[in-house]
Design a protein around this ligand. Structure first.
Ligand code: AMP
Ligand code: MG
Length: 274
């Protein structure tokens, strides 16, 4: 089993690297044993809860977790199974949908900036500003000369957040075409899942190669030292949950979080209580 940092390194998209998404296995294990995954995930979730408590108490910095992936890649599942470890007090989930006319009347980062986390808070983005170089690019919603400038704009925006003590973690949930087809069939056949299916999902599935190119560029051009992208093999849901939970834990542990020291007043009260 790899050490946490080794796992994080294996998932990391190296800044400036050239890679092809098709070459990365959506079912890679990195030596991780899928059997008996549940208790191992539980142990990571426990750590996430403890670390968040310290993070909130410290109140000095913020965490932004970005989840991206094609339809049925498991963004909602990740929030349900992994992010549930966080206390809702101090954790906000934002789901970015087709922009409203008010949002379209502003620059593409306007609606994003409003949802970034405050001090001590954790923000989870279910889709994000990356849609503006993904669906927008694939469906020609703005001209190339507009979307092609956005990679640099995103990097600068994220650099500014990082300089303001917002730690950024971006996860790309990587599923295979076959696994997406299977999940879409499940959505169509289970009445409780029908609502998750949009007619447009099939249209987007037909644009698989275009999405693959757009994702490759988003990952390649916007994995930076201050806001790295992690590629998460996501065909296996338990493996996906484990990789993400462990990367979050490893990152939070690396921050050296500390509970604030008791104030003079509290120390005085403590002595009185003795
Ligand atoms: P879902 O996440 O399944 O609820 O779907 C939300 C839809 O909104 C997806 O098809 C996204 O691609 C789309 N969407 C999100 N952000 C944007 C954007 N900036 N421009 C156009 N469509 C978007
Ligand atoms: Mg959807």
């Amino acid at each position: 089993m790899p050490q946490p940092t080794a796992l994080r390194d294996a998932l990391l998209v190296k800044p400036g690297s050239r890679f092809r998404l098709a070459e990365l296995d959506p079912d890679a294990t990195f030596g991780y044993d899928k059997d008996g995954a549940t208790p191992r995930i539980e142990a990571q979730l426990q750590k996430m809860a403890e670390l968040q408590d310290r993070f909130w108490a410290e109140g000095k910095r913020s965490l932004l977790v970005v989840l991206q992936g094609i339809d049925a890649a498991g963004k909602d599942g990740t929030i349900q199974k992994v992010m549930e470890a966080f206390n809702p007090q101090g954790c906000i989930v934002s789901s970015f949908k087709v922009p409203t006319s008010e949002e379209l009347g502003h620059d593409f980062l306007w609606r994003i900036h409003k949802r970034t986390p405050g001090k001590g808070e954790i923000s989870i983005f279910n889709r994000s500003h990356y849609e503006d170089v993904l669906i927008v690019r694939v469906h020609d919603l703005v001209p190339k000369e507009v979307w092609s400038k956005r990679y640099d704009q995103i990097n600068e925006f994220e650099r500014m957040l990082d300089a303001n003590r917002v730690k950024i973690l971006k996860f790309f949930l990587h599923v295979s075409r076959d696994e997406q087809a299977k999940r879409m069939r499940d959505r169509l056949s289970d009445p409780k899942e029908n609502w998750k299916f949009r007619a447009g999902d099939l249209e987007d599935r037909a644009l698989w190669d275009e999405y693959t190119k757009a994702y490759r560029d988003a990952l390649r051009l916007c994995s930076t030292p201050w806001a790295p992208w992690y590629m998460v093999p996501a065909d296996d849901k338990k493996a996906r949950d484990y990789y993400i939970a462990r990367t979050v834990v490893d990152t939070l542990e690396g921050l050296g979080l500390k509970y604030p020291k008791a104030s003079k007043e509290v120390l005085k009260l403590k002595r009185k209580l003795k």
